[in-house]
Design a protein. Structure first.
Length: 136
């Protein structure tokens, strides 16, 4: 899979409803995974909240979103990040290195409970980036 760049929207507990609305508007296929899908790692009260959702349309649009995890403040207007994802680890690690240089790393780029390598940083211009490397 080629690397992709798309918006990632954070929601305050309404991600499923919002993503289903966007599917009605844009069409396409919606895949969602709840915090509860990961069993013992589920934060209290988050079993049915969306940990990750992705809408892919026949027009080539990709929109990702999730409910804010515990401890992260929801700030409407500041709740959109950029997501880089794919399976080309060298390419994506290169992007990560450049984006995080001079910025702030909030989640180190490392293997996560869902099996992929993931990291989150804010670049030197204040833009939040998520990098996800699919491991197969």
């Amino acid at each position: 899979m080629a690397s992709r760049l798309n918006p990632y929207i954070s929601f305050a507990g309404v991600a499923k409803e919002a993503l289903e609305f966007y599917k009605e508007v844009l069409g396409g296929n919606l895949a969602v995974h709840t915090y509860g899908d990961f069993g013992s790692e589920t934060p209290p009260g988050y079993g049915d909240k969306i940990m990750h959702g992705m809408l892919e349309t026949s027009s080539g649009f990709t929109l990702m979103g999730a409910d804010n995890p515990p401890g992260m403040e929801h700030q409407p207007g500041n709740n959109i990040s950029m997501s880089l994802s794919g399976d080309d680890a060298d390419e994506l690690r290169g992007y990560w290195g450049k984006l995080s240089d001079g910025g702030t790393v909030s989640v180190p780029l490392e293997k996560q409970m869902w099996g992929d390598v993931f990291g989150m940083c804010t670049d030197k211009f204040g833009i939040t980036w998520m990098v996800n490397i699919t491991e197969r």
